[in-house]
Design a protein around this ligand. Structure first.
Ligand code: SF4
Length: 379
């Protein structure tokens, strides 16, 4: 089941990322919402700082993602961002974008936000989309939000759910991400129904024990299939991956690193990047220094250097050279894009939990790390 890419070196305390859920309230409905607990008041700044400090004890973080509910409904969102930035970390957030206008985006940027992900997808009930929306409606709204946030100086991404039988929507959102210079991140989460989980105990370090009904086999998707689909549809190959706690060769977390050159109205020139000795040695140096990076801001000069060295040290020399050549023209834009496929945790018939081995999207629950995709099922 393994894919031909680089197995990410993140393990144990050296996983550089975690998630903080800052409130549960939301202002729209989504089909795949995994929040199944009753609403609670938003976490206070003090609670969030305590949670962050506890996470920093468990992981050498370089980046934190803020999740809800809908994060823009938290009355102290900018203070939370400033708090995390004050600890020397990068901050990303996921929003449905309903309330995100130019002023809001600018205030987030001023507070120090690095990346904003917009979650806009089919089946949402929201005031800025017709009840019966087309793929074009979705992409128009995604593009509008991306341009607004990009103009505010934020790095921008999208999130979407891959529902079984709805691969056309994933094609649409991937095409938009590749075609749009403001969009540099895409997180695709494979749909997983957790309704059958009755109980779940444990944490990422010691493992989980649960009870309930495993998801229906006919609904299960996997990233080996998606890697093949991406190859056939977009001619892209993955860069890095992480296996599961039960099968290190099962790519639960599969990432693509892509270079794109935008030259006016012409179609962008897209190339995927392969891992080389450069990235492996760099990660070794980061490991020795004490923590891995997670988020790297856009930097054309640095990316051009990476492309040149990556090509020499085992990457795709010819295609990297082409990106460097095209990006040397005045007026063109070179961007680094990252696309990630996540296969959420699933309960097995014998009560174990399969999850990304070192779950980079863990939250703190009962003082321990648990995957955010099943956090509400853990008691
Ligand atoms: S196990 Fe962690 S990284 Fe994997 S899908 Fe769940 S929350 Fe995301």
């Amino acid at each position: 089941m393994s894919v031909d890419a680089w197995r990410l070196p993140w393990q144990g305390k050296m996983v550089p990322h975690a998630v903080i859920e800052i409130l549960r309230e939301c202002n729209i409905t989504c089909r795949a919402c995994y929040k199944n607990c009753p609403p609670e008041p938003p976490k206070t700044l003090v609670q969030i700082e305590e949670e962050l400090d506890a996470l920093l004890e468990l992981r050498r973080l370089s980046s934190v993602s803020l999740l809800g509910g809908e994060v823009s409904l938290h009355p102290q969102l900018c203070d939370i961002i400033r708090l995390i930035k004050g600890k020397g970390l990068c901050v990303e957030l996921m929003t449905n974008g309903v309330t995100m206008d130019a002023d809001f985006c600018r205030s987030l940027k001023d507070a120090g936000l690095d990346v904003i992900y917009f979650h806009i997808e089919r089946g949402q009930t929201r005031p800025d989309l017709p009840d019966t929306h087309t793929g074009e409606d979705l992409n128009n709204l995604r593009r509008e939000k991306a341009v607004t946030a990009g103009r505010a100086g934020l790095d921008v991404g999208l999130t979407a759910t891959a529902y079984p039988g709805e691969i056309r929507d994933i094609h649409d959102v991937m095409s938009l991400t590749l075609d749009t210079p403001e969009l540099n991140y895409l997180l695709i989460t494979l749909f997983r129904d957790h309704a059958g989980i009755q109980s779940l105990r444990g944490d990422i370090r010691t493992g989980f024990a649960g009870s309930g009904t495993p998801p229906d086999a006919s609904s299960l998707q996997n990233n080996t299939w998606f890697a093949e689909w991406v190859r056939n549809e977009f001619e892209l190959e993955p860069f890095g991956w992480m296996g599961s706690n039960m099968d290190r060769d099962d790519p639960r977390w599969l990432s693509y690193l892509i270079g794109a050159v935008y030259d006016g109205d012409a179609a962008p020139h897209i190339e995927y990047i392969r891992p080389s000795l450069l990235e492996k040695v760099s990660m070794l140096i980061f490991r020795i220094a004490g923590r891995y990076p997670m988020y790297l801001e856009q930097n054309q000069a640095r990316f051009r250097t990476q492309l040149a060295l990556n090509g020499i040290l085992g990457g795709r020399r010819r295609s990297n050279r082409e990106l460097v050549r095209r990006s040397g023209k005045s007026g063109v834009q070179l961007t680094t894009k990252r696309i990630l496929f996540q296969n959420p945790a699933e309960l097995t018939a014998d009560g174990q939990l399969i999850h990304c081995e070192w779950c980079p999207d863990a939250v703190l629950k009962n003082g321990a790390l648990v995957p955010v995709c099943v956090a509400d099922n853990v008691s």
